[in-house]
Design a protein around this ligand. Structure first.
Ligand code: V55
Ligand code: FE
Length: 487
């Protein structure tokens, strides 16, 4: 989420209903070569939170799907029926306390899973998972969106948590994931899991981390797994004091773990970076070239999560810590534990909501697509103070070969969410396809889903799916082609 949280206003207000629409209204034409399902995970709090300083990351999960075929679109939206959702529904009020601090929850639910399943939808082995990094994945029926329940991969996955950003290897079909605080709250246990194409656990490795910190995303190459830490730290003492799980430690080192996919736990190498490299929240891609590992990601030098305080309780201004696109090169032969950093695209200020043509994960790639804040784009007078219109108003296509940037802009009262890339066909060249993204139109207080030709941003949206109501606030999305998930 790129904007500040309001429990009571605008697109952040709880949607409170579940919906199904056949043959959505479409302006323009949906190309016949788009066939698949666009899923979006959302954070939507059913009840006002127990604590005013809580974070929207602690909101109930919802899952939306847009099934696209023959130029038609069918829509469904459901809350994820987590144990937590059911408990609060029965009580008709919030029972769970602050983000990842069960000591602040109502005693009646201290032993109930606090999983909100609100972050990322992923289809693997024919299953749809709604992921939340503090808990195991939640399996949801990919066609009806009915909740199946927390998923432990047939008893094989023993961690108490599981990243919301596993990576799917486009060559082997494997899913690689990790878990931090993997043996319970504040534990310094880190686990890596490799699942085959069907979702069977084929390998796990367990480690200790030098710092217990928020580890939100990861990267893989054909040979390595790369796990960055951040300076967002926690401790049992914080939880005992009744505080939010995370605080920002300005002085913490940045660590990056590099693990060979075909090695074992003793092969892990920890690299150590500077405090200007603190915040890797999402990643773009990585590859292994000989002894070198080249990783691209938006990185910030400080805390840009507005809800999490510094260790002393004060807050920094997120505007001071806007990420830039950086390339980190690790040399596995070097006899030190540092790496080289190159700032890309002249240090342009970006968000962390970046996606690419996932068929090129682990390989050299040319394009990335990012949700952007572009103050040069027009904002209608009436919405000049509306953060979501001002700060997430564009999608940029970065051409990493030429340095060229193409912009898509949805309108002067429109806030956008993270884009997904849809290949035109399974064998189309990199970047040849479409961008799909949900858009909130504040003028109408309704949502749209735009489809853009990824090779022709200048042409604007070629289709707009017009929703008769506003959608939930999206966190992340996923495109499942009909070959990957038949329907
Ligand atoms: C993030 C989002 C989360 C979370 C932890 O953007 C980190 C980062 C939507 O929930 O729980
Ligand atoms: Fe994320």
């Amino acid at each position: 989420m790129a904007v500040n949280f309001k429990h009571d206003g605008g697109f952040f207000a709880p949607m409170r209903f579940e919906a199904q629409i056949e043959d959505c209204e479409v302006e323009g034409e949906i190309p016949a070569d788009i066939r698949g399902t666009f899923y979006r995970s959302a954070a939507d709090r059913r009840f006002p939170p127990l604590f005013a300083n809580d974070t929207p990351y602690n909101s109930d999960g919802a899952i939306d799907m847009f099934r696209i075929y023959d130029g038609n679109v069918d829509f469904r939206s459901r809350y994820v029926r987590t144990a937590r959702y059911d408990a609060e529904r029965k009580a008709h009020k919030a029972l769970f306390g602050l983000y990842r601090n069960p000591l602040t929850s109502d005693p009646s639910v201290r032993n109930v899973s606090h999983n909100t399943a609100n972050t990322t939808p992923i289809v693997h082995g024919g299953r749809l998972f709604c992921m939340k990094e503090e808990s195991p994945p939640t399996a949801v029926n990919p066609h009806t969106l009915e909740t199946i329940g927390e998923w432990d991969f047939d008893g094989a996955m023993k961690a108490t948590s599981f990243t919301a950003h596993p990576k799917q290897d486009p060559v082997t079909g494997e899913m690689i994931a990790f878990a931090y605080e993997a043996k319970g709250l504040c534990s310094d246990d880190l686990a890596v899991f490799i699942f085959d194409r069907e979702g069977k656990l084929t390998k796990e490795m367990w480690f200790k981390t030098p710092i217990v910190s928020m580890m939100h995303d990861m990267v893989i190459t054909d040979k390595h797994i790369i796990l960055p830490t951040t300076a967002m730290v926690t401790s049992k003492e914080r939880l005992d004091r009744g505080e939010l799980h995370w605080a920002y430690d300005e002085d913490a080192p940045t660590y990056v773990a590099i693990i060979p996919r075909d090695g074992d736990a003793s092969d892990i190498r920890w690299f150590k970076g500077s405090t200007d490299q603190h915040m890797v929240v999402h990643t773009t891609n990585a590859r292994t070239e000989g002894n070198k590992i080249i990783m691209d990601a938006p990185v910030a030098g400080g805390n840009f999560h507005p809800y999490f305080p510094k260790l002393d309780g004060s807050f920094s201004d997120p505007a001071d810590y806007v990420p830039t696109l950086r390339r980190w090169t690790f040399d596995l032969e070097a006899d030190n534990d540092t790496w080289e950093e190159e700032i890309l695209f002249d240090g342009i200020k970006v968000t962390t909501f970046v996606r690419m043509d996932d068929r090129y994960l682990t390989k050299p790639f040319r394009y990335s697509f990012m949700l952007m804040n572009d103050p040069s784009l027009p904002v209608a007078e009436a919405f000049a103070d509306t953060l979501a219109v001002r700060v997430s108003n564009a999608i940029y296509r970065f051409d990493h070969d030429t340095g060229k940037i193409d912009k898509f802009y949805a309108g002067d009262s429109h806030g956008m969410s993270e884009p997904q890339f849809i290949p035109r066909s399974a064998n189309a060249p990199e970047g040849d396809g479409y961008i799909i993204a949900a858009v909130n139109n504040f003028r109408e207080m309704k949502s749209e889903v735009v489809i853009v030709d990824a090779m022709d941003f200048a042409a604007g949206a070629i289709a707009r799916i017009k929703m008769p109501f506003r959608l939930h606030m999206q966190v992340h999305g996923y495109w499942a082609s009909a070959e990957h998930l038949p329907f």
